[in-house]
Ligand binder design. Structure first.
Ligand code: 13P
Length: 255
């Protein structure tokens, strides 16, 4: 059985003080929900707030993640954050979010390098894939998402692949209030994403990897996604900034 994993991607929101407030508002409820290991809950604040959130959830089952990393270990890369620096303060890292691909020029090759770097530093990666509206309307979802998965996982061993979480985030559903349907996301995850993993590795590995859905997940529609057989959790943007909503989404993941 794959343990559902709910992650809040706060994106570029919350100062350290605001992060403290949000974390404190939901910490006890989230800790209770994650207490018996039925679900995993990850908070992904902006870099600067990662240590503070980590301190606040210390001793609880709540985990912390960053939203990006660079693949080099150190050196003249002004403004970047190395994997080893993150490993000191968090356990997870989001890689290849569509906003990074869209606004910061991240390519499939960059995503692959970041994935290798994260795993080499014992960080648990959440790798994002997803098609844009034009690709979706042209019937190219399978082709695009399959290619993203193959490129991201290039050179990863079977054991490494099993430790990666994939987030299927159709770009047209991110921040638009227009979520995919549960059945639609389930089909892309089952056929395209697990299909690509089965090609790259084998069926057992394809079944072992956890795959989240992301894109306008909220307290109302979460249950529809989390009830799908192929969907192992959610990567939540906007709704993760509202304590009551994020708690409700996590509650919907408890089976
Ligand atoms: P929204 O939940 O705000 O649509 O964002 C989804 C997302 O991009 C999470 O990484």
């Amino acid at each position: 059985m794959r343990v559902p994993i709910i992650a809040g991607n706060w994106k570029m929101n919350k100062t350290i003080a605001e992060a403290r407030e949000l974390t404190t508002a939901m910490r006890d409820d989230l800790a209770r929900l994650a207490a018996d290991g039925q679900i995993e809950i990850i908070l992904c604040p902006p870099f600067l707030a990662v240590p503070e959130v980590g301190t606040l959830v210390k001793g609880t089952p709540i985990r912390v993640g960053a939203q990006n990393l660079f693949w080099e270990t150190k050196g003249a890369f002004t403004g970047e954050v190395a994997p080893g620096m993150l490993a000191e303060v968090c356990e997870y890292v989001i890689i290849g979010h569509s906003e990074r691909r869209q606004y910061f020029g991240e390519s499939d090759e960059h995503v692959n390098k970041k994935l290798h770097a994260a795993l080499a530093n014992q960080l648990k990666p959440i790798v994002c894939v997803g098609e844009n509206l034009a690709q979706n309307e042209a019937g190219k979802t399978g082709e695009v998402v399959g290619a993203q998965v193959r490129a991201a996982f290039a050179g990863l061993s079977d054991a490494q692949a099993r430790g990666v979480v994939i987030a299927y985030e159709p770009i047209w559903a991110i921040g638009t209030g227009k979520a995919a349907s549960g059945a639609g996301a389930n089909a892309v995850i089952g056929l395209t994403i697990r299909g690509a993993l089965a090609d790259l590795y084998d069926e057992a590995t394809a079944q072992a990897v956890r795959v989240q859905y992301g894109g306008s997940v909220n307290a109302k529609n979460a249950a529809e996604f989390l009830a799908q057989a192929e969907i192992d959790g959610a990567l939540v943007g906007g709704a993760s900034l509202v304590a009551a909503d994020f708690v409700a989404i996590c509650k919907a993941a408890v089976r």
